[in-house]
Design a protein around this ligand. Sequence first.
Ligand SMILES: [Zn+2]
Length: 261
Amino acid sequence: MRLFLLVTAILLLAGCDQTPTGRQQLALVPEALMSRMGADAFEQMRQQGPVVTESAINRQVECIARELVAAARRHYPQVDMPDEWEVAVFDRSSPNAFALPGGRIGVHAGLLRVAESPSQLAAVIGHEIGHVLADHGNERMTQQLGIKSALLLVGLLGEGELAQEPLQRALGIGARLGIALPFSRTHEEEADLMGLMIMAEAGFDPAQSVALWRNMAAVGGDQPPEFLSTHPAHESRIGQLKEYLPEAQGIRETAVPSSCS
Ligand SMILES: [Zn+2]
């Protein structure tokens, strides 16, 4: 028992990180493994498609994503982030978007009907980049696996890269399982806050985030999009955004305006 407590204490110390907003988090799954699961899931989704190939839509989404990623690097220089990001537009009618570990972002075509301007689209993509930068997928998976599996992870971690295959098997994780689940309210609020700062840094009007979430709330629908599935309730989400809006406006004042029209 004493050994267990000792190992647990070491584990918690070793695995406790800070998110870009300064929140303590426990994210124990090796990043390389998270990234590979993200890549597998994204590839699978792209093959199942259908993917939008209309170049004007793709160009705009890619342009906004590119500017936001560059802005995120400037705004959170201390944060490890993926070198390469991949973006795809899926031909689905729900107003949804998602981010997978390792820097893969998916946008549903339905989102383009709800987001009325490039700034509103930037609010959503910025939110998704926030999930990736704050390592929410890893934190959620760590929570799901629990302490027992966390100990298993530590046993396998020492063996480095080679241990990932048996680790994935041992934990019985399908590539899509665990990354397709909704995020917690804490995660959503943190992604909102980060997305707001990132869009402002990229020269988009941060006030458009409030307009976007109002539009999202208005469409609702029976299959709630990622943003609506776990709360925060629209009003509290909009309240938080308004609270941080002056700070975001300050960032935007010195930013170069976006060139994605
Ligand atoms: Zn989210």
